[in-house]
Design a protein around this ligand. Sequence first.
Ligand SMILES: Nc1ncnc2c1ncn2[C@@H]1O[C@H](COP(=O)(O)OP(=O)(O)OP(=O)(O)O)[C@@H](O)[C@H]1O
Length: 384
Amino acid sequence: MTIISEIDAHFTATSADDKKAAAAGVNAFVRAERTSAADDAEDVVRLHRVSRRFGTTQALKDVSLTVRRGEILGLIGRSGAGKSTLIRCLNGLEQPDDGVIEIEGHAITGLSEKALQSVRSRVGMVFQHFNLLSAKTVEQNVALPLKIAGYDKARRQARVAELLALVGLEDKAKNYPAALSGGQKQRVGIARALAASPALLLCDEATSALDPETTRSILALLQSLNQTLGITILLITHEMEVIKKIAHRVAVINGGEIIEEGPVWQVFAHPQSQLTRTLLQGLLPQLPEALAERLTPVRQGEAIYSVHYAGQGRQGEILTLMAAELPGQFRLIQGGVDHIQHYAIVRFFFSVPVDNAASEQAVLHWLEQHQATVELTGYVSSNA
Ligand SMILES: Nc1ncnc2c1ncn2[C@@H]1O[C@H](COP(=O)(O)OP(=O)(O)OP(=O)(O)O)[C@@H](O)[C@H]1O
């Protein structure tokens, strides 16, 4: 494969002239970028009021978002929310109708294809289905961006060895993708994305094709690369579990709009939108089905309350304290403590008999004093 067709396979550039220009120009750009003042910029990605329409479909609507240097930002949304459109705008495959997109302080909107190739070299892409070249070995796949960037053979070999060690695949250098597991393929994809030392790793559903155990190991790898190399990561996903495991901040996109954004612990503790609550549902304790079916709004039998609370340090022990200070006054039904970013997120359901109004009041008063959020879920008759 020639270098031009390799660029084609890798970046989906459009015209042959652009590809040639990119191949010639990219190396100089990479060197220039490494030493530019932009490396110190605080935000690696900045979107300001970006919109993109397809006919009557508003795929992105007034999206403003930043990815700060060194952070892992999770972007979550359901199918059709606008995630792919946002990625395509970020790597220049799509032009927004309105708004500005900056990568390391450089506006990329309205750039020529040639100039865009340079910007793309600052963004490493990790794909859901790995996108490895099946006719190339692991080391050749990883070397591809380095070849495009003009590294000579000796430098390429040294860098590839370094990258394969980084992702734990030193012994697979000569293997072809077909001989690798899904997790190993994704490690190759990550090594390739990191090859030219990009400023940003854009992970598009990077674990969606993997089983839970492999997902955990890939997320652990991404987290360790973030911590050891300081690489900035934009993690696109439809799974809150992924966000919870490694992201620092999360933005929720729906109908092309960012509807909620904040530190992961905060969004988990105090979701503002109904969609976020729905996305979180699988991760939150639920009432046992048999009990949920018996719920009624008519006051009788036992009152069932849900509690949620977020606190740091010993404040996370609210459940233990409550049991110690209100012995026998409530019954714990379901729930517990989750730990996210040094915060304890406490969620549980409890019940109190309605004929014991003193206990009910004491428990509610205690929770209010401890700044917990309490909601009445409903009632169940005691004799059912
Ligand atoms: N080229 C296009 N032409 C017409 N409509 C498009 C085009 N690309 C995207 N859309 C529409 O824009 C909206 C956002 O699509 P997008 O692919 O960005 O969503 P998504 O969040 O990536 O979904 P998924 O998770 O299923 O990939 C959808 O309604 C989609 O049908």
